[in-house]
Ligand binder design. Structure first.
Ligand SMILES: NC(=O)c1ccc[n+]([C@@H]2O[C@H](COP(=O)([O-])OP(=O)(O)OC[C@H]3O[C@@H](n4cnc5c(N)ncnc54)[C@H](OP(=O)(O)O)[C@@H]3O)[C@@H](O)[C@H]2O)c1
Length: 316
């Protein structure tokens, strides 16, 4: 495939469509080649008459800033080759429900949501569409309207969730690599999602409940009271789910290594709390609790954290 051309292994025009024009969606749109990317408008959204594109400033990780203009997709005119879904986990099913019927049935869909549960729900709902999941350590935020900041340079792993996506994996990775961001194929994406979930389950809820940065949880009595049992619950659920077994002590070491190395960071859940937005708790500790209940495992600490985060915000 030429760097900017259509990939013969993918359907459509070579265009990459993005559903969810938020921080992560704008990051990818800003790095992918201009002219090869488009945002999908919200269903029934009245994109202002005459406004055919979305413009914003992207501050790249190297400090340079550029103006980005991304058209809104007219799917009847240009069927995309790949769809990146960068909505929050709780919005994803609804967003796809109103969007996928207008898009090609053979088009691979790459889900970027944090946590677990939403990706599996999409794969179950559309088993005939090639569905992939991505796990990314890239970081993006929008400190003010019209400005997106690439705050953390990371890597992205992409892997198939449905069988029919397996043969498209390398073509999808190749298409995303045109961004210049680091993208790798991952045949066991479920395990990678679990690996990230384990860390998030031990950090995010505590930071949101204690209203503190990642590193500050480590000495807090509330964290110290519950982290041991939390890790025991996660280890039991992981084992029951058939993932790579991990001892509770190993889980705790992983959580604390990340909390220390990101000690000054504000977690996405704390940031959601501070901005009065719905959190993704149902797809992090809430997912561990749901899977634990299915297997008859005591998940009372995961349940307690989920309930307490819900109580923080009237709409979470
Ligand atoms: N940001 C990061 O650095 C990062 C890193 C790793 C993973 N992630 C994960 O990526 C996902 C997105 O995160 P984010 O930070 O980009 O969130 P975000 O800034 O809130 O972006 C989500 C976007 O989806 C849009 N949206 C919601 N419902 C929609 C619908 N029905 N149709 C079309 N668009 C819809 C939202 O529009 P409105 O603004 O109008 O609500 C918003 O623009 C989350 O699961 C997050 O955990 C993010």
């Amino acid at each position: 495939m030429s760097r900017h051309g259509a990939n013969p292994l993918l359907p459509g025009s070579g265009l990459i469509a993005i559903l969810g024009a938020g921080s992560l969606g704008r990051l990818w749109a800003g790095y992918l080649p201009a002219g090869k990317v488009a945002f999908i408008p919200r269903h029934n959204a009245t994109v202002d008459a005459g406004v055919e594109s979305l413009s914003y400033r992207l501050q790249r990780f190297d400090g340079s800033a550029l103006s980005v203009t991304v058209p809104w997709l007219d799917s009847s005119a240009t069927p995309p080759s790949v769809l990146l879904v960068t909505t929050k986990a709780g919005d994803t099913l609804d967003a796809l429900q109103s969007t996928l019927p207008d898009l090609p049935p053979a088009m691979p869909v790459v889900l970027f949501q944090n946590g677990m549960g939403s990706q599996q729900a999409v794969a179950e709902r559309w088993p005939h569409q090639p569905i992939l999941a991505a796990s990314t350590t890239e970081g993006a935020n929008r400190p003010e309207p019209g400005r997106t900041v690439h705050a953390g340079k990371g890597e992205t792993w992409v892997g198939p969730l449905t069988d029919n996506a397996t043969s498209l994996l390398s073509a999808v990775v190749q298409a995303l690599t045109a961004s210049g961001l680091r993208v790798h194929p991952e045949t066991n994406i479920q395990q990678r999602l679990w690996d990230k979930l384990v860390i998030n389950a031990g950090i995010n809820a505590f930071t949101a409940l204690l209203n503190c940065r990642n590193g500050d949880i480590l000495t807090h009595p509330f964290y110290l009271e519950y982290i041991g049992t939390l890790c025991t619950e996660i280890a039991a659920v992981l084992a029951a789910e058939g993932g790579q077994p991990l001892a509770p002590e190993a889980i705790r070491r992983r959580i604390e290594t990340v909390a220390r190395s990101t000690s000054e960071n504000t977690s996405s859940m704390l940031s959601d709390r501070q901005q009065g937005r719905t959190t993704e708790i149902d797809f992090i500790n809430g997912y561990v609790a749901r899977r634990g209940r299915v297997h008859g495992i005591d998940v009372s600490v995961n349940q307690m954290l989920t309930q307490r985060v819900h109580q923080l915000l009237p709409h979470s």
